[in-house]
Design a protein around this ligand. Structure first.
Ligand code: EPU
Length: 338
């Protein structure tokens, strides 16, 4: 086992924030995890699991042992009459995996095209976009327990998926390292087209029955127009979750701001567009040091160059205070703040 020390994490987080890992080990297999667990010193050390680094805000150096997940491989598990089951190693790039499934003729993940990060990180925050969440296609995953070293297979119930949430952000955080994920692609394929931006694409193009490849191309185009490419402008996607409020709270806000973008949920509560709330408070383009609010989408904070974690968090707190002051709503960060 190779233990790297004093490793810069700047290239390993899409926000491009500086931080150093005291110790880092790359994980290519279940056996690699067990070697760490059985190691006389490392076995007991607190651990931080690093995937593609697209959903973390690094505010300090890492005293924990960083386990950088690099498990590779993609394969067909099973073709059933009602579904195709596919599997990928946790270290595979999510978008490349989605593109590969389509190229094999197995549609079903196209709405999640271009979501940054790795396959292993996808269940952790139950990634979602354009009307589809990972949980809608989830079959099971393999993981290794970081205390016992045992390999386990976990189904949907134990993963406790919620809106950008799962058991891996709570009880199993730092305790279980995901090594492989299996997705279920239902047959016959049916497009998921309910999201407003996709409906608009259908109207504009005049295509009433799009193929999966067409949906994939639309999703890529929508994301490229709205969201900054982390390779050019550091960011971690949406910085805040869309808040859920009671119908009374929503009515109160509509009374004062009739334009507020809101979506009624099946349980009677209402989801508000955090991007709209932040935008309404005039934050687009505002900056603290190198950290700024993206000009085209107020929900995304970006690194204009040389940003450090504390600048990002100072900006985030100022946004939270201003949204609370005007709307009485507390915004919650969406990425994991370390
Ligand atoms: N809006 C504004 N001003 C802004 C930003 C947004 O008025 O500055 C309005 C938009 O016009 C739109 C509404 O707010 O009417 C919602 O915006 P959008 O459709 O872009 O979606 P979102 O709520 O900002 C969510 C997810 C994204 C996901 C998209 C598409 C969260 C926190 N974010 O964004 O996920 O790609 O929907 O499904 O749920 C991510 O998690 O990192 C992410 C990018």
């Amino acid at each position: 086992m190779h233990i790297e020390s004093g490793v810069s994490l700047k290239p390993f987080n899409t926000f491009g924030l500086p931080a150093v890992a005291q110790q880092l080990v790359r994980i290519g297999s279940d056996a690699d995890v067990r070697r760490v667990v059985d190691h006389p010193q490392l076995g007991r050390a607190p651990k931080f699991i690093l995937g593609g680094g697209s959903n973390i805000i690094l505010t300090r150096d890492m005293p924990q042992l960083v386990l950088k997940v690099e498990v590779s491989g993609r394969r067909l598990v099973e073709e059933r009459p009602d579904a195709v089951i596919v599997e990928a190693g946790a270290g595979e790039n999510w978008h490349e995996f989605v593109a590969w499934t389509l190229a094999q003729g197995w549609p079903g993940l196209e709405n999640l095209a271009l979501v940054p990060g790795t396959v292993g990180a996808a269940p952790v925050q139950n990634i979602g976009a354009y009307g589809l969440e990972l949980k809608d296609r989830f079959e099971s995953l393999d993981a290794v327990d970081l205390v016992t070293g045992r390999s386990v297979t976990l189904g949907p119930a134990i993963c406790a998926f919620g809106y950008r949430d799962s058991v891996f952000k709570h009880e199993l955080a730092g305790r279980t390292l995901i090594t492989r994920v299996r997705l279920r692609l239902p047959r016959p394929w049916q497009p998921v087209l309910g999201y407003l931006d996709l409906e608009r694409k259908m109207r504009e193009s005049g295509v009433a029955a799009p193929s999966a490849q067409q949906v994939f191309d639309w999703v890529c185009a929508i994301r490229r127009a709205k969201l900054p490419d982390p390779a050019r402008l550091g960011n971690a996607g949406s910085f805040f979750k869309n808040p859920v409020v009671t119908p009374e709270q929503c009515r109160d806000i509509i009374g004062r701001d009739p334009e507020v973008v809101h979506y009624p949920l099946p349980d009677g509560s209402v989801k508000l567009a955090a991007g709209w709330l932040i935008d309404a408070c005039g934050w687009k383009g505002k900056a603290v040091g190198g950290a700024a609010v993206y000009e085209k989408q107020a929900l995304v904070l970006v690194n204009r160059g040389g940003a450090i974690g504390s600048e990002v968090m100072t900006l985030a707190r100022a946004i939270q205070e201003s949204v609370y002051g005007r709307f009485g709503i507390r915004l919650e960060p969406e990425p994991v703040v370390v």
